[in-house]
Design a protein around this ligand. Sequence first.
Ligand SMILES: Nc1ncnc2c1ncn2[C@@H]1O[C@H](COP(=O)(O)OP(=O)(O)OP(=O)(O)O)[C@@H](O)[C@H]1O
Length: 741
Amino acid sequence: MAEDMPMLNISSDAGTFDRKTNRRHPSSAEKWKRKKLESKRKAVFEPQESSASKQRKINQTGQQHTHKQKLQTPKSPSQRSNNRDTEENGDQREIFAAKSPSKVKTFPKKAPKEHGDYGRPFIKTSSLFRNNPEIPDVLSPAVNLVKEKVFTSNTFEELSLHPHLVATLHKVLNVTSMTSVQKQTIPVLMSGKDAVVRSQTGSGKTLAYGIPVVQFLQAMQPKVKRSDGPLAIVIVPTRELALQSFQMFQKLLKPFTWIVPGVLMGGEKRKAEKARLRKGINVLISTPGRLVDHIKNTLSMAFSAVRWLILDEADRILDLGFEKDLTVILNALNAPGLARQNVLLSATLTEGLSRLASISMKEPVSIHVSEGSGETVEVCPQAAPQALSDSYAVPERLQQHVVVVPSKLHLVCLAAFILTKCKFEQRQKLIVFISSCEAVEFLLTLFTAVLCENPNTTSTKSTSYLNFYRLHGNMRQEERTEVFQEFSQCKTGILLCTDVAARGLDLPQVTWIIQYNPPVSAAEYVHRVGRTARIGAQGSSLLFLTPSETAFVDVLANHNISLSEMKMVDILATLMKVERFKDRGKWDNKRSAAAFEQEVRERATVLQTDFENYVHANKESLQTAKSALQSFLRAYTTYPSSLKHIFHIRNLHLGHAAKSFGLRDAPQGLGSSITTNPANSKDSKKGKDKAKRPPKKLTAKQRVSNLMRSEYFSGIEGESKSKKKRKKKKGQAEEEESTAA
Ligand SMILES: Nc1ncnc2c1ncn2[C@@H]1O[C@H](COP(=O)(O)OP(=O)(O)OP(=O)(O)O)[C@@H](O)[C@H]1O
């Protein structure tokens, strides 16, 4: 791993160390030594290698790894990681390098003149930029884009709605003409039929079911009373989406004050929710888990009057994690046997839904908004959802990009992209998708500490153009709600989040969606990017892939999604404009392209070193980084089997992945359950043996538990067994308490 360490090449004998900047200035003796070694620099820099020489190096890599591991043995990893500051670490590396035979390269002592000295220690860039897998060109296959027209020229007046409802749409919701999905769905639902609705993200599906429900309820005779209990139930996969749908119903129901909407989200005290349920909620919006909780534990929960069941993001709700909950809900609803209208909606409904349709729907109308089908609505009994193709429509004004970044460079590349957008462009609102709650927390802390502080001053005041927010399922509900509201209202900001924010959230003016960790399916990709370019607006997205993951572009192409490539070097080049590097001198066009590239590499290395210094500054931050890495690895094991040929934990290089968490080494004992790349194994011989063994087959139960764990990583809904048990106990206690009261 030694070669993977960031090399601030500093000798121990003299020089001054600037504690403010964490950098050491070389002594004159050192400078002389460096000068002598200048002639060797070419051998070290190797700016452009031929593919033949690259291949040779790849062939040698295994040998080099083994050798370097041997060199490191005098110190245990834990001892190494306890070395707080770079100076100490730098000494350590030099000692090892001195003892090593010729295969281990000697590091240069001085940067070439054209790169400037600026009185800074020379920065060896190879640890970040060498031994990375080759970056292939990504050619997104040609696809037939599925187009959906968002707006129609038809108005809500054409629908025979209650005039107060039309007025509310105009005045409160500020909408006048219908979107395509509304034009097709509202009349079908108003005629009393069940429907399966698929239309692109941000096309107005919420009002497409909200308007018919309100129209129906306000017209009911005798007039709706609170004591009637739930008449319409809306199930959504996340708490924030529940809150958002609830707020939409609140607005729509403004003129019809006798109809009461309510939301059950979890996070709130069950006792308080129970009290609200007892008082009476007519339009009940809930996450599946919370509703099941009340079905099982709230005696006063009655479903005898339910006339509408709406599953928004229906494909998500049908995922394994929620299926059990849904069965409980359907059993409870089906018991009284009242005629009920059922609606399923999502931007990515596929044939998997036929199972649910057959359980709960009667001759559903299939509404599929796309070019060509714009004016027609088919009535397809039972098998309707199967007719839905696997081609997904994405918003027309969404610009989709992909960037291929080796694992080691992930962190600096994300940081550079955030800086590019937020510092040098106006009014940027970014959402960054990350695979686990722990990794979100880690990146928030790291970026806030390293990017928001100005290294040239002692002030810790954060820079005004970088406002970080975070959202994931391990946060307290009040905090989640607060962040959701704040990020909705802010003009600029960066939301670091898990997939809790992937579905349905209507966050205004989001300009960029960054998928730092790839999604678990093409459908999830569509929902993530759908947080921008909503309702006809413009937006952009960027998908990060490692070189071994580029086949995911073909998976997306199979669903008619096409991406254009962005080059990592172009993203990193932003570092040339960043103020924190201003002491490195001004750059102009007169310098050679190679010098420019070298300077970019050096700056990226300085930034990576800042990240690593922060991570290794104390035990706590080191542990946080390790936990984040571990959770990332665990999340990586949960890709479905259909994508395992692309996203397999064995393809990951642990040392490189560790670097993307600011760690200088892959921590030991990352969890025996995680299958690792044999090349990462401490004992390469053992690793080879391991590689021969066929991968352990998981039982169905294990696969399910893996998926559930994946939910827990993003914190969408699934919970660990022990957490559920604790909650159940608490609930029972509350129940007893309230009965006693
Ligand atoms: N007819 C309309 N005219 C103008 N704006 C509208 C109209 N209908 C809905 N909107 C607005 O469009 C935005 C997106 O709507 P909505 O959240 O319902 O989309 P969606 O199709 O459910 O998206 P997703 O698939 O991501 O859940 C909302 O801000 C909503 O207020």
